[in-house]
Design a protein around this ligand. Structure first.
Ligand SMILES: Nc1nc2c(c(=O)[nH]1)N[C@H]1C(S)=C(S)[C@@H](COP(=O)(O)OP(=O)(O)OC[C@H]3O[C@@H](n4cnc5c(=O)[nH]c(N)nc54)[C@H](O)[C@@H]3O)O[C@H]1N2
Ligand SMILES: Nc1nc2c(c(=O)[nH]1)N[C@H]1C(S)=C(S)[C@@H](COP(=O)(O)OP(=O)(O)OC[C@H]3O[C@@H](n4cnc5c(=O)[nH]c(N)nc54)[C@H](O)[C@@H]3O)O[C@H]1N2
Ligand SMILES: [Mo]
Length: 778
């Protein structure tokens, strides 16, 4: 493996940037000893031994902080024991690092200089310590006081012709309290422009579930999973992205569950698992997880669900009353007849073609679905980030409805959320189209008048910025320019803003693609102690299963200039709205209980918030389908979706590319260049292709290629290109390829979105490969 050390100044942190790929063995199991060793090594590198011990023992503890890794819940009653995984520990090390990015760092490095560095290098430099300002025409960020920073934003807001010239983005780490005051600020100013990371993530789940069952959240708890007898995991890589879920799955298996993995890739974490927190995880081969692995073609899941539904119908006809849950269908569902009519037309040959599976595999799954009493369907980005993502999730829901698998123990729908508080942020009103019930309650509580016109989601906000219609873009966390699709277009869009503002913990690309002027506002992270006027504060989060609990950091912040997200929002609000505004911003800033008291009065389910959130396991928000089989849809029923079948034929000479996470990254934050479980080391600029496809294209593994995406836009076929990717032979279905996000985001067209949810189609990009040097003159 060639290692190239990038140039660095005396106080920059050296970063090794690898230049060529090294292939190791594809792992057949996840976690185990290497995982713990990696976790501890990363911790010590970034934090030193003392801080490592101090943070990792507070992770997911009752008196500790919520893991900033993923949204997987803590096991109820188990928050006494150390509960963390390799990737949670990496996320903690990334945040709790002792390295610092100071005003001196920015004095030394111009924005243009920083633009030449990789995202990995940027994040490795450490925590941002001071508010920084890039003045119009300047080459360097320089230190600015908090008061001046707030005044600049306020001036920009008063210069707007309409409040809709501002957009307020949120990433999913923001606490409930910070999210609540942030959306309250946006709506007090008069806009619903609240795009968030969820628009790029589980929006398709929320859209599908909202229509089908009346609530956009999952209907299971951890005990449900542990009691299930069939768990289907489609389009998710838990070994890397939700490692603590593996412990739950292992327990479910121990209790007798069958696990079926539906994925184009044989992901290590789905195959076998060694629990690092158990003796059995230290020796031995680990537990077998998936009983069946269905190596589906990209975008084939709707077809699989429909095929299963058709086979269920056949079985029900052969033995009436034995397969469908008629009681549930009659009493709780609508639209089943239309759906069953649609099933008449199913052609199993088409299902085989669409999925790439054998008829036998589909029949076997249908038999399991027919004979299981408690079924859970889990999914993540492999289902949501498709053109037909909403329809796919609705189709999976249809299958569970036929079997009455909603609102009973051990069964239900389990969209596995990404960011640790993405679900809570939505509950708190981070949404460009919150329902009238929320807006009316909030208006009544505070005496404000929130706008009713829907705002921009992420894709619409980018388009509006590109049209020059947004003056102020503010981001509460995240890395907008790298996470969004169509990188070049998104960069151009951000440059057309007058002011871009980022509330951030670490340096990232979005700080370097600026409006005419830009601010970086440094904030406390989860691990940091938050003390306001001598009083320690704590925030709350909601996990993927609607459990709300407290989070309290314990580390001294990277500088005395850091402010909590709540303080940043409240100070800004006072500057913008003045001290006689009806929202008590000053009080909120210094007393998070006061914010919780108001949340309780605006949002249903938060009764006695301050009392219940202090219980050791927190409390679970109501979920009418799960709790009472009640469906808050217009007709009060769970609705079958009867939609035309869609799947993804591969165009001649092309591949369909999914863009996904390696084992060594958190979204746009790259921890390292290895993807251990997939056996890829030392380079992220790779494209994984089936060996027969490699041969069919006249390529050889190891070749370097440009990846060119093709999209049929309104003005003909659009092309986008990323250069110099190494071809890796990989066990993926023919016609399907895989590469890493965010390096391949330039290939994803902004207009390529999921129908109904507007989520960028990150898992189905039509591409061709051009060997470097082979391009014809254009
Ligand atoms: N360590 C770590 N943890 C994370 C994150 C991280 O970056 N690093 N990110 C967090 C966030 S925000 C999120 S949203 C989650 C993401 O969690 P995942 O959804 O697991 O993330 P991806 O890497 O996008 O993986 C998608 C998986 O779906 C499969 N897949 C792709 N297309 C299809 C398809 O058409 N059908 C099927 N059946 N499968 C398909 C891929 O092969 C892959 O296994 O993880 C969260 N947790
Ligand atoms: N091609 C492609 N694109 C994708 C995806 C994909 O699978 N493929 N996945 C999509 C998904 S699922 C998601 S969720 C988005 C992610 O989009 P984002 O949430 O916007 O991106 P992150 O990389 O998670 O953001 C990382 C940054 O957040 C900041 N940060 C970290 N912790 C904190 C904190 O506590 N407070 C504050 N204020 N800032 C903090 C740091 O500065 C860090 O650089 O990307 C989407 N984009
Ligand atoms: Mo996500």
């Amino acid at each position: 493996m060639g290692i190239m050390s990038s140039s660095h100044g005396p106080d920059d942190h050296q970063v090794h940037e690898p230049e060529s790929v090294h292939l190791g063995h594809v792992k057949s199991y996840a976690a185990g000893v290497p995982a713990v060793a990696v976790a501890l090594r990363r911790g010590v590198e970034q934090m030193g031994p003392l801080r490592t011990a101090k943070t990792l023992t507070k992770l997911n503890q009752r008196d500790g902080f919520d893991c900033p890794g993923c949204a997987w819940p803590e096991t109820p009653g188990h928050r006494k024991h150390a509960e963390f995984c390799e990737n949670g520990a990496k996320a903690v090390a990334e945040e709790a690092t002792k390295r610092k990015v100071t005003p001196g760092f920015f004095a030394k490095h111009s924005v243009d200089d920083l633009r030449t560095r990789s995202g990995y290098w940027l994040s490795q430099q450490g925590r941002i310590t001071h508010p920084m300002y890039l003045a119009p025409g300047d080459t360097h960020y320089r230190e600015i006081s908090w008061d001046d920073a707030n005044r600049l934003v306020a001036e920009e807001i008063s210069a707007m012709d309409s409040p809709d010239e501002a957009a307020f983005y949120t990433s999913g780490r923001t606490s409930n309290e910070a999210a609540f005051v942030y959306q309250l600020l946006a709506r007090s100013i008069g806009t619903n422009n609240l795009p968030d990371c969820s628009n790029m993530c589980h929006e398709s789940s929320g859209t599908a579930l909202g229509a089908s069952i009346g609530i956009g959240k999952g209907s299971v708890t951890v005990p449900d999973l542990e009691a299930a007898d069939l768990i289907i995991i489609a389009g998710q890589n838990p070994g890397t992205n939700h490692p603590r879920m593996l412990s739950t799955l292992e327990k479910a298996k121990h209790n007798g569950a069958t696990i079926v993995a539906v994925n184009p890739l044989p992901e290590a974490g789905l195959m076998r698992f060694k629990d690092p927190q158990k003796v059995g995880g230290v020796v031995g081969a680990g537990a077998k997880l998936a009983d069946d692995f269905l190596q589906i073609r990209l975008g084939g899941d709707m077809a699989l669900f429909r095929g299963v539904a058709r086979l269920l119908l056949d079985a029900e006809r052969a033995a009436p009353g034995t397969v469908f849950d008629h009681d549930f269908l009659d009493n709780h569902c609508a639209g089943v007849d239309d759906y069953l009519r649609l099933l008449e037309d199913v052609d199993l040959d088409e299902i085989v073609q669409a999925t790439g599976l054998t008829r036998g595999q589909i029949v076997t799954l249908a038999e399991k679905v027919a004979s299981s009493d408690r079924i859970v369907l889990c999914w993540a980005m492999g289902l949501t980030q498709h053109r037909h993502g909403v329809a796919t999730i609705a189709e999976g829901t249809n299958v569970l409805l036929l079997r009455g698998m909603i609102g009973k123990p051990g069964a239900g729908l389990c969209p596995v959320r990404g960011h640790s508080n993405v679900q809570g942020d939505r509950t708190m009103g981070i949404f460009e189209k919150m329902p009238e019930s929320f807006l009316a309650a909030q208006d009544a509580e505070f005496g404000i008048s929130s706008p009713r016109k829907h705002g921009y989601d992420t894709v619409a906000a980018i388009a509006a910025m590109h049209r020059g219609e947004i003056r102020l873009f503010m981001a509460m966390g995240g890395n907008f320019v790298s996470a969004a699709p169509d990188t070049a277009f998104t960069e151009e869009a951000l440059r057309r803003c007058a002011l871009t503002v980022h509330v951030s913990t670490k340096l990232n690309e979005s700080h370097l693609v600026t409006g005419t002027a830009a601010l970086i506002l440094p904030t406390l992270g989860r691990t940091d102690k938050d003390v306001v006027d001598g009083v320690p504060q704590q925030v709350s989060v909601e996990d993927s299963m609607s459990v709300v609990h407290l989070s309290r950091g314990s580390l001294p912040p990277a500088s005395d200039q850091l402010r909590s997200e709540i303080a940043i929002v409240c100070d800004l609000a006072r500057t913008v709205l003045g001290d006689d505004h009806p929202v008590p911003w000053r009080r909120f800033r210094g007393d998070y209980d006061a914010i919780r008291d108001r949340i309780e009065r605006v949002i249903p389910g938060f009764e006695d918030f301050n009392i219940r959130v202090r219980k050791s396991d927190g409390f679970t928000l109501p979920h009418p389908p799960r709790d009472d089989r009640e469906f808050d849809t217009p007709n009060g029923k769970a609705n079958f979706a009867a939609q035309p079948l869609e799947w993804l034929p591969v165009p001649e000479g092309r591949l369909i590319l999914q863009t996904m996470r390696s084992h060594d990254q958190y979204n746009t934050t790259i921890y390292g260049h290895d993807d251990r479980y997939r056996g890829i080391k030392g380079n992220r600029h790779v494209v994984m292709v089936h060996p027969d496809d490699i041969a069919a294209f006249g390529l050889t593994a190891g070749d370097h290629v440009d990846i060119v995406s093709e999209f049929d836009g309104p003005d003909g076929t659009e092309e986008r290109r990323v250069e110099g990717f190494e071809v890796v032979a990989y066990d993926t279905p023919r016609g399907n390829a895989a590469a890493y996000y965010p390096e391949t985001n330039p290939l994803v067209p902004l207009r390529s979105v999921a129908k109904g949810s507007n989520t960028p189609v990150s898992k189905a990009v039509v591409i061709r490969l051009e060997r470097v040097g082979d391009q014809l003159p254009r």
